[in-house]
Design a protein around this ligand. Sequence first.
Ligand SMILES: Cc1cc2nc3c(=O)[nH]c(=O)nc-3n(C[C@H](O)[C@H](O)[C@H](O)COP(=O)(O)OP(=O)(O)OC[C@H]3O[C@@H](n4cnc5c(N)ncnc54)[C@H](O)[C@@H]3O)c2cc1C
Length: 402
Amino acid sequence: MNIDFGSELEAFRQEVADFLDTAPTPQIREAGLKTTSVFAPFETTMAWHRILHARGWSAPAWPREYGGTGWSVEQRYIFSEEYSKRRLPPLLPNGLQMVGPLLMQLGMPEQKARYLPGILSGDDYWTQGYSEPNSGSDLASLSCAAVADGDDYVINGQKIWTTLAYKANRMFMLVRTSKEGRKQQGITFLLLERTDFPGMTIRPITGLDGTQELCEVFFDNVRVPKSGRVGEENDGWNVSKALLKFERGGSASSPSMYAKLAMIRAAAAATPSPHGGTLADDPVMQRDLGELEAEIAAFAAFEKLIISRYPSVANDPATPSINKISSSELAQRVSVLMTKVAGLQALPLQVDARKVGSATAPLGNDFELIAMPYYLNSRATTIYAGSNEIQRDLIARALFTR
Ligand SMILES: Cc1cc2nc3c(=O)[nH]c(=O)nc-3n(C[C@H](O)[C@H](O)[C@H](O)COP(=O)(O)OP(=O)(O)OC[C@H]3O[C@@H](n4cnc5c(N)ncnc54)[C@H](O)[C@@H]3O)c2cc1C
């Protein structure tokens, strides 16, 4: 495989670089520096989303007919490289990368017309209501129930780990509409136009890193219109699987890994070593950095392989799972090296100082501020979007059913 993003795309790279150098406000840059999760600080990142939308660049992966850039996969990779180098906050994924592409594929024309523009512009944010207290890996066992009543469904039950539900104004969810037959057959996929329907209660959950990203959502006789159903009643399992493919495939993440590696190198070069010189002079640190760089390079080659054979490799049933395992485990290794370099300085839990625009000055430097929260948050990467054990199972199934 040989992908050269060289000369003919240089003008494009420059155009992207010029915009990304000038368009973000200081607050947006601060949000990027303080991002310790897939989910960058909400309000500032949505403001940045709207700026990118005004430039026509909020949805690099969407086709032009839906307001996307229509860029080639190479252009998208370049955009991602320039974006990551500047450590700008990543746009929040649920709309742009999950429910948006799903609606393009399976939504009714009126659903596309109603919901895609708000996703594109950043006026709407969608939360994902799949998991329940007893239904995570075994998602098909979910029990949050919707009963048809005239033009509505009436929902009762609970969702959990519903990321940023308390910030979102819309929700997509799975509900049980039948207990007949196989458990996969009685599930329906619903779009909820609001997250404040009467009977809905959302409670944030504080994570290990002190931030409120996760939520639980309770439904007590919540009446929602049937027009929000995607696909047929009881066929939501197939709809949900289509969406999970987008969630696991995601966008190129090797550029952001390289950006973090550069940050670790800079921090190591600025940190005195107890043995003299800086940590960057330490042979063990040099080995760790070298190993990490080799792993990132291998992963980047994998991402470029997908790009070079798009769409055939990307559509292979095993690809999203391979991508999910590789990127999540690598993110964790990056986080381990970050905390090694930050050392004891990573220990204070600085929830206030991490907020965008905070009046609380951080103890230590910016790198030390985010190393531990990033480490703690990335424990979840091998769990969410379907745990890595489940992904390995899916790869095995894909191989054996060829
Ligand atoms: C940070 C975070 C954000 C999340 N965001 C969302 C969200 O926005 N919306 C949403 O709906 N959900 C979300 N989730 C939930 C996530 O999808 C589930 O946590 C995940 O699917 C695992 O389910 P569980 O937590 O119930 O664990 P369990 O399913 O109970 O699994 C526990 C352990 O057993 C292993 N295991 C289970 N079954 C098998 C098997 N058959 N073979 C081998 N090993 C197995 C798992 O791999 C895991 O290690 C989020 C989770 C986290 C941590």
